[in-house]
Design a protein around this ligand. Structure first.
Ligand code: TMP
Ligand code: ASP
Length: 247
């Protein structure tokens, strides 16, 4: 199935149409951005690594009953996905305080949250992806009340599955961002990607707050060894995957 027209180019991926109107091709780029694209760079091999990690995690989630847009991995950096209309929300789930939660609340980095926190951000680069209050969420009408409730409950279910999965890889899932889309039947599917670009992942074998970081914070904070960290996540994810399927 050859790629046809470029449909959309984002910061980390390009979407192409295919001969099948229900299927799109998602091409994962090595490009990396942070702070609403104020910081730009490239992480060698990231496209292939993130495509591999995402493909694997989407299959883990599908097997656990989470509907996703994943179809198959066509090439190392290319994934076939179901065509969906993306809901312009970034759904963040947090288990441990980090990033904007620390900056905006004063909670100390590493504070274990009493229960997972689900946050909805408006996916709008021009506005800097602001955090939405529940009232703003309903005011903007970006999704129905039922869809918001469904996203929240899927996000919490995904958190349980992925926290357990990464735990078996010796990795703590600190927080992550999800995007959902609606297919032609208006069914809500998990879309986009799940990778070290979109998750905070801490190596349980390391206690040093910089050495433990295995995700895009290495790029955001100039911690170095970005490629090596992404590669290590992939190896752990595939290692546990083989272990699970061989069982
Ligand atoms: P935050 O602490 O900066 O709000 O980020 C929360 C999680 O969301 C973290 O795992 C990184 C991820 N994330 C994205 O995937 N894309 C983004 O644009 C931002 C700001 C965060
Ligand atoms: N991906 C986002 C951006 O550039 C932000 C981030 O991941 O920190 O703009």
């Amino acid at each position: 199935m050859a790629a046809q027209q470029k449909l959309y180019e984002g910061k980390a991926k390009i979407l192409y149409t295919t001969e099948d109107p229900d299927i799109l091709l998602s091409y994962f780029k090595d490009d990396a951005t942070a702070f609403n694209a104020q910081k730009r760079g490239s992480i060698a091999g990231k496209g292939e690594i993130n495509c591999a990690i995402s493909s694997h995690l989407f299959q883990v989630l599908e097997a656990a009953g989470v509907p996703t847009h994943f179809v198959d991995r066509l090439a190392p950096d290319q994934m076939r996905v179901k065509a969906v209309k993306i809901v312009p929300l970034e759904v963040v789930v947090r288990n441990i305080a980090a990033g904007s939660l620390c900056q905006q609340t004063g909670l100390q980095l590493g504070t274990i949250l009493k229960q997972p926190l689900v946050e909805f951000f408006y996916k709008n680069d021009a506005l800097g992806d602001p955090l939405l209050t529940p009232d703003r969420l309903s005011l903007l009408d970006l999704a129905t009340t039922e869809q918001v409730a469904q996203m929240r409950s899927l996000a919490l279910k995904i958190n349980q599955i992925l926290s357990a999965f990464f735990g078996q890889c010796g990795i703590t899932l600190v927080d992550f961002k999800l995007e959902f889309g609606l297919d032609h039947q208006q069914r809500l599917l998990l879309a986009d990607e799940i990778s070290p670009d979109t998750c905070r992942l801490w190596d349980q074998a390391e206690t040093d707050p910089q050495r433990r970081v295995m995700d895009k914070d290495r790029f955001r904070q100039d911690l170095g060894h970005v490629e090596a960290a992404y590669q290590r996540v992939l190896e752990r994810v595939l290692g546990i995957g083989q272990f699970l399927t061989d069982d």
